[in-house]
Design a protein around this ligand. Structure first.
Ligand code: PHB
Length: 395
């Protein structure tokens, strides 16, 4: 009874306001309403820590700018996507249809991203990808409302092959989880390693997120390559590093990877990680003021060391702030919003980067080595590396 009366009273008030031309305050209120930001990230499973780092980084960027987007307060919504591709569309719809978010920030896992991509294309919601590197998102299925602040899966490994050959490793085994991220990372590795004169003697894999590596490590020992290259990340990466050392391979066959292998796992992996060389668009030890300030603020705020995922979350916040400021908080002004985001220069802890025409970062790739629980930069493996954007009709 009470709620029905309330509804009647409210509608009577609206009719009254309309007849006297007093609807204006309603409109003003709608424009100054909070921006609804939805995080669709893994908060459980092997990528749980990655999801948390992304959210932390995003919030930190926004809080450094006074906690607002284009002058508007923010309301956050969260969905744990569990890195489960079969629930990708349903979970994205929880944020878009149920929570009516203005912006969807997600996710980590390439398979889950394909669900978000479908919902983003179907509904037009602004979709910011803070990690997942699946090629299609900024190639064949690219869309004006989808922006990636991280990488494509083949970007880091395209910088890896030459670095390995330069170190004298001409025969390599590749090992990964068999799903889009691992397969596309292999594409980049294969291209760069063979172009530099290397030979891939075997491609090994296991389903995501399995971590029973023993049989595969035994196979590597029998193959005796000059080096091993891989894609693993999160909890599974920490276990792979430990198992690789425990099996006695570490001192015989050097381990390389895209830098995800050694991101956020150096405490868990311990000394087994020392000496691993990787390529990545970030390094803990980048000697810039920007990186130093970022790392200090992050450590103070969250009592954690930041990693590449925190940087990507932070940069997602920076990108959205630039877009929202350009349209003074009116995120419905899509042409101006997208134009501002397309032309943004992101002053990131990783170094300045820009958007490619298909909305993926054009960025430097660093060569790093693990020393005393830090990814130390030892060189630039590729300068201003852009993904091909093949198949994207948007540009
Ligand atoms: C992906 O699934 O695209 C993915 C996941 C974790 C990473 C990198 C890529 O660290």
């Amino acid at each position: 009874m009470t709620s029905r009366r309330l509804v009647l009273t409210r509608s009577a008030a609206v009719i009254g306001a309309a007849s006297t031309g007093l609807l204006l305050p309603e409109i003003v209120r709608a424009q100054s309403a909070k921006v609804r930001v939805g995080f669709m990230l893994p908060y459980t499973g092997t990528f749980a820590q990655l999801g948390v780092a992304i959210e932390n980084g995003f919030r930190m960027a926004v809080n450094e700018q006074g906690g607002k987007l284009g002058g508007r307060e923010i309301e956050y919504f969260k969905v744990d996507d569990e890195s489960e591709p079969s629930k990708g569309i349903e979970n994205a719809n929880k944020l878009v249809q149920r929570d009516k978010v203005d912006v969807l920030v997600g996710t980590v896992h390439s398979g889950v991203q394909m669900g978000i991509q479908k919902v983003a294309r179907d509904t037009g919601v602004l979709s910011l990808i803070p990690n997942a590197g699946v090629h299609a998102a900024t190639r064949s299925l690219c869309a004006p409302n989808v922006f990636r602040t991280s990488f494509t899966n083949s970007q880091p490994t395209r910088a890896l092959g030459k670095a390995m050959v330069d170190r004298g490793h001409k025969k390599a085994v590749w090992i990964t989880w068999k799903y889009a991220a691992g397969d596309e990372a292999f594409e980049g590795f294969k291209e760069s390693y063979t172009a530099a004169g290397g030979t891939i003697v075997k491609e090994l894999g296991l389903p995501f997120p399995q971590v029973e590596f023993q049989a595969l490590l035994t196979e590597i020992a029998a193959l005796k390559p000059d080096a091993v290259a891989c894609f693993f990340a999160g909890g599974g990466a920490a276990k792979f590093i430990r198992d690789y050392a425990a099996s006695g391979l570490k001192d015989k066959i050097p381990l390389y990877g895209s830098g995800f292998l050694t991101e956020g796992v150096l405490d868990a992996a311990g000394p087994a990680a020392n000496g691993i060389i990787t390529t990545m668009h970030y390094s803990d030890s980048l000697p810039t003021l920007r990186n130093g300030q970022f790392r200090l603020n992050y450590a103070k705020t969250f009592r954690l060391q930041p990693d590449v995922y925190a940087v990507q979350g932070y940069d997602t916040g920076l990108l959205l702030i630039q877009g929202a400021n350009a349209v003074k908080g009116d995120l419905n002004n899509k042409p101006a919003l997208y134009k501002a985001m397309e032309s943004a220069v992101i002053d990131s802890p990783r170094g300045k980067w820009t958007m490619s025409p298909s909305h993926n970062p054009v960025q430097d790739m660093y060569l790093r080595v693990v020393e005393n629980k830090e990814n130390k930069v030892i060189g630039v493996a590729a300068k201003a590396l852009a993904d091909s954007g093949a198949g994207c009709k948007m540009a």
